[in-house]
Design a protein around this ligand. Structure first.
Ligand code: AMP
Ligand code: ZN
Length: 483
């Protein structure tokens, strides 16, 4: 299978051809670890995981590198504002190092919970300061830098292709550009490679460099670390769509200025997760974290399933109704898998005959720029088709799940965790039954069923389980809801 991927560079679908046969070098911009990842960030990582799993499905050995930004990312992407880590440190009273460690751990916990495979290499910016200094030296030697106001800047006027990824019209942008905070820059689009005069006296992360004691600009870390782990020319670079106009644009300029050659072959970007009409963002205050969803009783993979319901290049509006539908859909899939296992005691079989048509459809849609909604639809149609033997359905579903990452092969029971409201309803129902008010008891049963929670009354009281998993599933009871 040869996937076609939409390359932001040139804005077209292209058949993927690796630099080295059978191998893929893939770099994904990681999180700035000053706070928990929000589910908008996580949507981007689900997209990148699907990309990696698609390439692996195609037989490639993928070397997936991801950075952890623990220094240098200012509150604005274009050198304005305060270092995000320093701000978080001031607000919480913890050191920047403590903050970085805490949120890095939290991030990779969420990352795995939503079914993402850990990157082959995870690299922290603060562990690679010397690599960044070495790269800046190369850029400087080639004449692309200047010093102003104590900082070292990249001079975009020396790099003719500046803005080619984002299709920036610099003349147009200049006309509308607002006045930069840092008056030392020759162009508002020049960007800092190294801050020697910290704008903030309380900047805790400082290193010696040929330009004085200071810290790196945000973009240089990705150029330095990707080249260290993947070489000076590699296959895929990805991130969220907001990385295109500044971060990736600047990464390309400085990397290609240093090496004098094309840096990356395929650029892929995932669209935003929205809240209403707005991009979900920390700064907008309209964000949710994964744990805020699991506290309400959702499984982390419900969020992954929710993401797969939209193509990665379309915006996706987050709603709890949408997440409820994803939960019901995922539980339905799990239930079908359980039935298939019972119907095919000999286990999964290779596809043949009619099943091969489903395999072909799935691969066609996967190869079409990873069309996950169509791939999921293919899976559902297969599972409903009575003309395909259960063992073959099982085999195909597990094969598709190598990309979908929904843990369909797992026989593990999933605990139902109840939010405060559901717990209160359960308690009210217990009281209603005690008082013989069966009308209210039934009403509450219906309310909870609509939320995907089924109640079973037994000698030990009320037991809860996921509504879609009724048939053949053992009841699971979570703490606090037994009465
Ligand atoms: P940051 O920590 O700001 O560097 O963001 C980490 C990743 O999350 C980047 O690739 C961003 O493009 C991505 N991202 C941020 N907000 C959203 C959003 N609302 N929807 C999708 N991706 C996002
Ligand atoms: Zn980056």
């Amino acid at each position: 299978m040869e996937p076609k991927l939409f390359n932001t560079m040139g804005r077209q679908l292209q058949t993927f051809v690796p630099i080295e046969k059978g191998k893929v070098g893939m770099y994904a911009c990681g999180l700035t670890v000053y706070n928990f990842a929000h589910i908008g960030n996580l949507r981007s990582y689900v997209f990148e995981d699907i990309l990696r799993k698609t390439l692996e499905y195609c037989g490639y050995d993928v070397r997936h590198v991801m950075n952890v930004t623990d220094v240098g990312h200012l509150t604005g992407d274009t050198d304005e504002g305060e270092d995000k880590m320093v701000k978080s440190s001031r607000e919480t009273g913890r050191t920047v190092w403590e903050i970085a460690e805490f949120y890095t751990k939290a991030f990779f916990r969420d990352f795995q919970l939503i079914g993402c495979s850990l990157p082959t290499v995870i690299c922290k910016a603060t562990d690679h300061i010397q690599d960044m200094i070495d790269l800046i030296r190369r850029i400087e030697t080639k004449g692309f830098t200047y010093s102003a106001g104590g900082n070292l800047y990249f001079d975009i006027s020396r790099f003719p292709g500046y803005g080619k990824l984002a299709l920036l019209d610099l003349q147009d942008l200049r006309a509308g550009a607002r006045v930069e905070v840092d008056q030392g820059k020759k162009s508002p689009f020049d960007f800092a490679l190294w801050f020697t005069k910290s704008k903030f006296e309380h900047q805790a992360m400082l290193w010696d460099s040929p330009w004085g004691t200071g810290y790196p600009g945000w973009h240089i870390e990705c150029s330095a670390m990707s080249m260290k782990y993947l070489g000076e020319h590699f296959d895929v670079h990805c991130g969220g769509i907001d990385d295109v106009p500044v971060h990736h644009t600047n990464e390309i300029a400085q990397s290609e200025a240093a090496t004098g050659r094309t840096w990356v072959n395929y650029w892929l970007h995932g669209e935003f997760l929205l809240m209403g009409r707005e991009k979900m963002a920390k700064s907008a205050g309209n964000f949710l974290t994964l744990s805020s969803l699991t506290e309400k009783g959702y499984h982390p993979l419900d969020f992954r399933f929710f993401c797969l319901g939209a193509h990665y290049r379309t915006q996706l509006v987050f709603t709890f109704e949408g997440l409820d539908a994803a939960r019901t859909g995922r539980q339905g899939l799990r239930e079908r898998m359980r039935q298939l296992k019972a119907e095919a005691p000999g286990g999964a079989q290779e596809a043949e005959g009619k099943a091969l048509d489903y395999l072909k459809d799935f691969e066609t849609h996967l190869a079409d720029d990873m069309n996950m909604p169509r791939c999921l639809a293919d899976l559902w149609t297969l599972l409903r088709d009575t003309g395909v033997a259960p063992a073959q359905k099982l085999g195909l579903a597990l094969r598709f799940d190598r990309v979908l990452g929904l843990d369909l092969g797992s026989a593990k029971e999933e605990e139902v965790t109840l939010d405060e409201e559901a717990k209160a309803l359960l308690e009210e129902r217990r009281q209603a039954r005690k008082a013989g008010n069966y009308k209210r008891s039934d009403e509450i049963r219906d309310i909870l069923r609509a939320r995907g929670i089924e109640i079973q009354d037994g000698p030990q009281g009320q037991k809860v389980r996921f509504a879609a998993g009724q048939r053949g599933e053992r009841a699971v009871t979570s703490e606090g809801d037994r009465c």
